[in-house]
Design a protein around this ligand. Structure first.
Ligand SMILES: Nc1ncnc2c1ncn2[C@@H]1O[C@H](COP(=O)(O)OP(=O)(O)OP(=O)(O)O)[C@@H](O)[C@H]1O
Ligand SMILES: [Mg+2]
Length: 362
């Protein structure tokens, strides 16, 4: 087990900069997820930790040792990729032991580690099969097993679940969380799937535009996003953004006045949010459908999506913008009718002209 320190790391591919001055500390035993849109540099950052990619500037430390000039094999890391790349002609056991045999680990030691890894991954019965006789999820488990037997200080995963179908993906995700509990190892996991990030991470590193946008626990990322980019990246459906005409003060807190004149009281201190081009951020779950004229925001229903446990109500406001709110259970609201939403003012965020978030006081 080892922590990781990334200090002022920059990466260029030729003339193109892909990461700019990244600073990040990952604690021993922590499960950290790199989350962000395609091309934001998640894999590149992970591969630089692994030593599969050079760094242009900065330093990388693992377990108190500077590693950025060391070859991958000397960094104490094991990496698991999206494509599990098993050797088809070898059994599971041989696939798992291959790396250890290469570095001349004694056979008794190899056998011991494989038995232990197979037990952790619940696949002792699969050890003598070839990869062609395994399901996708089982193959991915073999790839994880191959990483486990090396007993690395740090596990690095690059979208290891994205080739699996939805059900298997969920099960393997749970297995991975349990594996982390059992091994207590430091794990860094790359994904663009917010659900994986929210469920697996101790902390999420949200990346955008060559930089880290926010590093925080999943709860914090969801409830107190630092910027509008973070706010729109997590949550499904995403946060609603409503234009604010101006703000008024109510007992020190901001009341947002919308273009149609409706007033929404918040628990956000007015101090600091003044300015033009303000946007109100409201998660769909804090917009609850009610009879017209009884809520805080009103409009016309465009679509109702009945998901079973709740329904998503798509509404067009008078100024033409659209928002999505909720109605519990199988909604009986129908498209084309007028509707209003009650807004939970304690759960709102105001974004300023720089897209920086202002939150309610706790
Ligand atoms: N070998 C390379 N040469 C030139 N540019 C590269 C190279 N590898 C990656 N890039 C560029 O660096 C940027 C970051 O790529 P990276 O693979 O790290 O993104 P990512 O966040 O992992 O995206 P995805 O979610 O699509 O896997 C991209 O713009 C990509 O085109
Ligand atoms: Mg990638």
């Amino acid at each position: 087990m080892a922590g990781i320190n990334i200090k002022s790391v920059t990466k260029h591919f030729g003339a193109v900069q892909v990461l700019n001055d990244i600073d990040l500390t990952i604690e021993r035993g922590e499960f950290v997820v790199f989350l962000g849109g395609s091309g934001c540099g998640k894999s590149t950052l992970l591969r630089m930790i692994a030593g599969l990619e050079s760094i242009t500037r900065g330093e990388i430390w693992i377990g108190g040792r500077r590693v950025d000039q060391l070859p991958p094999g000397e960094r104490g890391v094991s990496m698991v990729f999206q494509s599990y790349a098993l050797y088809p002609h070898m059994t599971v056991r041989d696939n798992m032991s291959f790396g250890l045999r290469n570095i001349k680990t004694p056979k008794a030691e190899i056998d011991k580690r494989i038995e232990a890894a197979a037990k952790i991954l619940e696949m002792p019965h699969l050890l003598d099969r070839k990869p062609s006789a395994l399901s996708g999820g089982q193959r991915q488990r073999v790839a994880i097993g191959r990483a486990i037997v090396r007993e690395p200080d740090v596990f690095l995963f690059d979208e290891p679940l994205s080739n699996l179908d939805a059900g298997l993906r969920t099960r393997t995700r749970v297995e991975l969380a349990q594996l982390h509990e059992r091994l207590g190892a430091t794990m860094v996991f790359v994904t663009h799937d917010q659900v994986e990030a929210m469920t697996l991470a101790d902390r999420i590193v949200l990346m955008n535009n060559k930089k880290i946008e926010q590093v925080a626990t999943p709860v914090e990322i969801y409830t107190r996003p630092a910027t509008r980019y973070v706010a729109q990246f997590v949550g499904s459906p995403g946060m609603n953004f409503v234009a604010v005409a101006n703000v008024e003060e109510t007992g020190g807190f901001a009341t947002a006045v919308l273009p149609d004149g409706s007033r929404i009281k918040t628990s956000i201190p007015l101090n600091g949010v003044a300015g033009s081009e303000l946007t109100l951020g409201i998660r769909p779950e804090y917009l609850v459908a009610t009879a017209p004229e009884q809520g805080d925001i009103s409009g016309t229903v465009e679509t109702v999506e009945r998901l079973g446990d709740r329904s998503l109500v798509h509404v067009r406001l008078k100024d033409g913008s659209k928002i999505i709110g909720t109605d519990p259970g199988m909604s009986t609201i129908s498209a084309g009718t007028p509707i209003a939403f009650v807004v939970d003012g304690r759960k709102l965020t105001i974004f300023d002209q720089n897209d920086v978030a202002h939150h309610a006081v706790n």
